[in-house]
Design a protein around this ligand. Structure first.
Ligand SMILES: [Zn+2]
Length: 189
């Protein structure tokens, strides 16, 4: 079947969706590369918690000189443990099952979680037809994990990991902030 318009250079279109694009890319990848086997425990004994922001993909690890296999990685909205035990659960797996000895919380500038308004967020869910019962009504802001300043959030997250009681003081927890415009990384004290 002929395509009327080929949009491959300008991103996915109705005729060629994301899934088809990704599977085609994988066929090209498989033709070009043969992956080396590596251990599943991170070679640098490191776990990194960073944001799900798409601008960090392909940037954050390169900015820190980390290669595939060096570190375990957790990503969520705003690199936070707010309202979720799942980050602590995963960090516990990293430490007690995979030999991780050091944890890095990597925040970034211009984080979307500083811009989210709880009321607009609830409105958007309602407009999309989400049932009132499914929208967390108590402490919605806490559930959302929004924050005002990226640096403060990194500090709070480092403190929450340290004070979780799940890790010995021997596990180091560091806070870093990555500037998405330049790739510069600074320590958060
Ligand atoms: Zn972010």
């Amino acid at each position: 079947m002929e395509r009327a318009v080929d949009n491959r250079s300008s991103g996915p279109s109705a005729t060629r969706g994301n899934l088809e694009e990704m599977l085609a890319a994988n066929r090209a990848f498989m033709a070009e590369r043969r992956l080396q086997a590596m251990p599943d425990a991170p070679t640098r004994k490191l776990a990194v918690l960073t944001c799900m922001d798409s601008r960090l993909t392909g940037l954050w690890n390169e900015a820190l000189g980390l290669q595939r296999g060096d570190a375990m990685v957790l990503r969520n909205a705003g690199n936070t443990v707010a309202a979720s035990d799942d980050v602590l659960r995963s960090l516990a797996v990293a430490v007690y099952a995979k030999g991780v000895e050091e944890i890095v919380v990597l925040g970034h500038s211009d984080c979307g979680m500083t811009k989210i308004q709880a009321s607009a967020f609830i409105d958007a869910m309602s407009r999309a037809g989400v049932s009132r019962d499914a929208i967390p009504s108590i402490d919605f802001r806490e559930w959302l994990g929004a924050f005002a300043r990226e640096e403060d959030n990194v500090r709070d997250t480092v403190r929450a990991i340290r004070e979780s009681g799940l890790f010995s003081p021997d596990v180091q927890v560091h806070g870093l902030l990555l500037y998405v415009e330049t790739g510069e990384v600074r320590a958060v004290q």
